[in-house]
Write a protein that binds this ligand. Structure first.
Ligand SMILES: Cc1ncc(COP(=O)(O)O)c(C=O)c1O
Length: 392
């Protein structure tokens, strides 16, 4: 059997300059969750996003958690959240014993549907329960329909947390993803467009809130000569060493966006002629970082995404299904869910038909050819079986 070199979905891609920054941390002995490189990294990301400030944290999840705390989340509050996303978008709502309410996707961006959001707002008003926040996810790098979402949130007086964990480098009407809501959240997890191995950042134009975020992320230690604490804090700060990695990665962010977009384009040109195959759209006036190339396999195609994933796996190629909507997760079975119409929810259709393809920027053209050839073979030659048909 042929020995294939494994192709991962979205592995880290170092520029080679990270060592120098890490070395700087060692030379200065700032081996701590604070230090000059943390400050420099925060400034670099805030400048890139076009916002006033950023707080470097241990993860994107921590950033969402602290955004909710800064907004003043209380036990039994309601928070609206996109349903088609990774569990980390909503877990912090549960940390605070609040209730997530999930909002379906629409077809143009795969993100939060403004019509479904409006329904949820109307119902919340009827029940006299204004949500504390709306968490809007920009899935796989594609921005949500922010104008419509902002209009609704402003009308109901509810702040927006942009979960831009997957969309660093994307733009919406020329503005950087994550810079539009009250708070923006980035992730530097190993699979993201740039990485610090693990890490995240909360950004905002509200400098006082970001300063308080740093305080809450450092065990809420009061300014005193001894250890003084008045409220619950967290150990959520990013280390100075990892911030060094982040600074070097920021230098290649725009290059990575272009590389990801080229990867998407090559897949699209090679495969979109096949019946039933569609690629994630790019909404007018938005520019996606194409973090993961994502496509759907509709009824016209002759295989199910699971079969494609299995076939790719046999050739050492890692692919994944689109996120399972959170309203379908057992963890959230008690949470309300809003969709715009009586039809099958868009998020459920995307889960059933969607597939994420390897999109690592260190992938060679030859490796991508191998993936395309494999996909082409499966999509063109497999016939659908009755058992597969029922899965659509
Ligand atoms: C949409 C989304 N939100 C939040 C997160 C959480 O980020 P982290 O892994 O840095 O906690 C991730 C990714 O991991 C994500 O994809």
């Amino acid at each position: 059997m042929k020995e294939w070199k494994r192709i991962y979905l979205s592995p880290p891609h170092m520029s080679g300059k990270e060592y120098m920054k890490v070395e700087e941390a060692f030379q200065s002995n700032w081996i701590a969750p604070l230090g000059p490189l943390v400050n420099e990294f925060e400034q670099s990301v805030a400048d890139y996003a076009g916002v006033k400030a950023g707080a470097a944290l241990s993860s994107g999840t921590a950033a969402i958690h602290l955004a909710l705390k800064l907004i003043g989340i209380q036990k039994d509050d309601v928070v609206f959240c996109s349903t088609l996303t990774f569990v980390a978008s909503a877990n912090p709502i549960l940390y605070e014993q609040a209730m997530p309410v999930f909002i379906d996707s629409e077809k143009d961006t795969w993100n939060m549907c403004p019509l479904a959001l409006e329904k949820a707002f109307v119902e919340a008003k009827r029940l006299g329960k204004r949500p504390r926040a709306v968490i809007v996810v920009h899935l796989y790098g594609q921005s949500a329909k922010m104008d419509d979402i902002i209009e609704l949130c402003e009308a109901y007086g509810v702040p927006i947390i942009e979960d831009a964990a997957e969309s660093l480098g994307s733009t919406y009407k020329g503005r950087k993803s994550g810079s539009i809501g009250k708070f923006g959240v980035y992730s530097f997890n190993g699979n993201k467009i740039i990485t610090t191995s693990g890490g995240g950042m909360l950004v905002s134009d509200d400098e006082a809130a970001i300063e308080r975020c740093r305080f809450l992320a450092s065990q809420a230690r009061e300014p005193a000569a001894h250890y003084e604490h008045q409220e619950v804090g967290h150990n959520y700060r990013m280390s100075n060493i990892l911030a060094g990695v982040g600074i070097a990665q920021m230098d290649v962010l725009d290059e990575r966006v272009e590389q990801k977009r080229r990867i998407f384009q090559r897949y699209k040109e090679a495969l979109s002629g096949i019946e039933g195959v569609r690629f994630m759209p790019e909404y007018p006036e938005t520019r996606s970082n194409r973090w993961l190339t994502t496509m759907t396999i509709g009824r016209g195609a002759r295989v199910h995404p699971v079969d494609i994933i299995d076939a790719l796996e046999q050739r050492q190629i890692e692919a994944r299904r689109v996120w399972k909507p959170l309203h379908e997760q057992p963890l959230f079975h008690q949470c309300p869910f809003y969709t715009a119409t009586q039809e099958k929810p868009t998020s459920e259709i995307l889960f059933q038909t969607g597939l994420c393809l390897p999109s690592g920027t260190s992938m060679t053209d030859v490796e991508q050819e191998r993936i395309i050839d494999t996909l082409y073979d499966i999509l063109r030659t497999r016939t659908i079986t009755p058992s597969q048909a029922t899965r659509f």
